[in-house]
Design a protein around this ligand. Structure first.
Ligand code: NAD
Ligand code: MG
Length: 391
């Protein structure tokens, strides 16, 4: 049997590293064709040493020489090297049996579109590109026949629960996304929170940006928007329920009131392996669920008074223009400022709300429109927070 090739974008991140573990378990069936990372050369070269890919790409243009030198130094002189955002986007489009898109943030917009336009099988973790790409992205996917398999655990769960449903059933169904509630669940006073506290997630070990998003509940807001586009459900048929154990990854309620849930030990290796193997299933290297040992699963309503970004995300989704692009870009800058200790945790809320109120959000007609609005929001939010361009 011939091996399938996988392109991994965001190979040095939390999802990227989990994917490398899954690939390692299935080395007879899968090999890595291309590895792409953001700006850190050493972990990228380390991943290349393990996987012996055809190509390694780094987004930071200034790191090309360093990447080439380190690849040569470890005996990977035969591996092609490239640098720059365009090279990452090209990597998304190039021939491969599947492309895992696990870049963080709106930097993933262009690579996602390029993979979809090339008709690739896209294993999609980068939720920000769905939040920004919206109907345009889904339309392109229908046109090219690109298959989008969600890797975000909730969406992977929904995909599994919807597998047997036809369009008529989906039209009357409700999506129920579960949320862990993050590290500050139950708190009313969010003053004085430090970045270290915010990134300490109770159930998942993830990148810093998504960890802060989980702490503010913006992650769930982005996921409501992501679910709306991926599955074609309006916001008023998408609910969120807090489930601190993170065992039920999400649910679908059908017209008759029956609810299907997908459960498992919380590990991103599950959705990654599912998306790689679909429609088959393969070993994911995840501890089996032992419900008797867990004992009890609990659920509660989200506290949208204390964590207002979830409500704002629903409002942005209901907008007619590019509101979700504004929401996402403002959040990315605010999270960056919070992680750099420039603003308070709660200033993330006011920054995003302020951007949605003050920045015009025309409906994008192209990827260029999406990127232009994203840039404009970043510029304005940086200015409002007194940050330098690119600081
Ligand atoms: P991370 O910060 O750990 O990794 C991000 C990766 O993207 C790194 O490899 C980094 O080098 C790369 N990158 C950053 N900027 C880039 C650029 N401009 N061009 C190319 N590559 C760039 O993040 P993560 O936690 O792995 O999350 C990645 C994506 O997956 C996010 O969109 C996140 O919301 C989503 N996601 C993550 C998890 C999780 O458990 N970590 C779960 C669900 C969804
Ligand atoms: Mg998720």
């Amino acid at each position: 049997m011939t091996q399938k090739t996988l392109t991994i974008l965001g190979a040095t991140g939390s999802i990227g590293r989990s994917a490398l573990e899954v690939v390692r378990m299935h080395a007879d069936d899968w090999r890595v064709g291309t590895l792409a990372g953001g700006s850190r050369v050493a972990p990228l070269v380390e991943a290349a040493l393990e996987t012996n890919p055809d190509r390694v790409v780094i987004a930071d243009e200034g790191k090309y020489q360093e990447l080439r030198r380190q690849l040569d130094a470890v005996g990977l002189g035969h591996v092609e090297a490239a640098a720059g955002a365009d090279a990452v986007a090209d990597a998304a489009a190039e021939e491969a049996d599947a492309v895992l898109q696990s870049i963080v943030g709106a930097a993933g917009v262009e690579p996602t579109f390029r993979a979809v336009e090339a008709g690739r099988r896209l294993l999609l973790a980068n939720k920000e590109s769905v939040v920004c790409g919206g109907g345009l992205l889904m339309g392109r996917a229908r046109a090219t026949g690109a298959l989008i398999l969600p890797v975000d655990s909730e969406h992977n769960a929904l995909f599994q629960c919807l597998a047997g449903a036809d369009e008529a059933q989906k039209a009357k169904a409700r999506l129920i996304l579960t949320a862990s509630g993050g590290p500050f669940r139950g708190r009313k006073d969010l003053t004085g929170i430090t970045p270290e506290e915010a990134v300490r997630h109770p159930n998942w070990s993830m990148g810093r940006k998504i960890s802060v998003d989980s702490a503010t509940l913006m992650n769930k807001g982005l996921e409501v928007i992501e679910a709306s586009w991926l599955f074609g459900f309006p916001g008023d048929r998408i609910d969120v329920v807090v489930h601190p154990e993170s065992i039920v990854h999400s649910m679908v309620e059908f017209a008759d009131g029956c609810v299907l849930a997908q459960m498992g030990t919380p590990s991103m290796k599950n959705p990654i392996a599912y998306a790689m193997a679909w429609p088959e299933r393969i070993e994911a290297g995840v501890e089996r669920l032992n419900l008797a040992k867990i004992g009890r699963l609990t659920f509660e309503a989200p506290d949208t008074e204390t964590f207002p970004l979830l409500k704002l995300a629903y409002e942005a989704l209901a907008g007619e223009g590019g509101e979700t692009i504004v929401l996402n870009a403002a959040n990315e800058i605010a999270v960056e400022a919070f992680l750099a200790k420039r603003i308070a945790f709660t200033t993330i809320f006011s920054t995003v709300a302020g951007a949605l109120e003050s920045i015009p959000a025309p409906k994008p007609a192209s990827v260029d429109d999406i990127l232009a609005l994203d840039r404009e929001v970043r510029r304005r939010v940086r200015a409002a927070l007194g940050m330098k361009e690119g600081a």
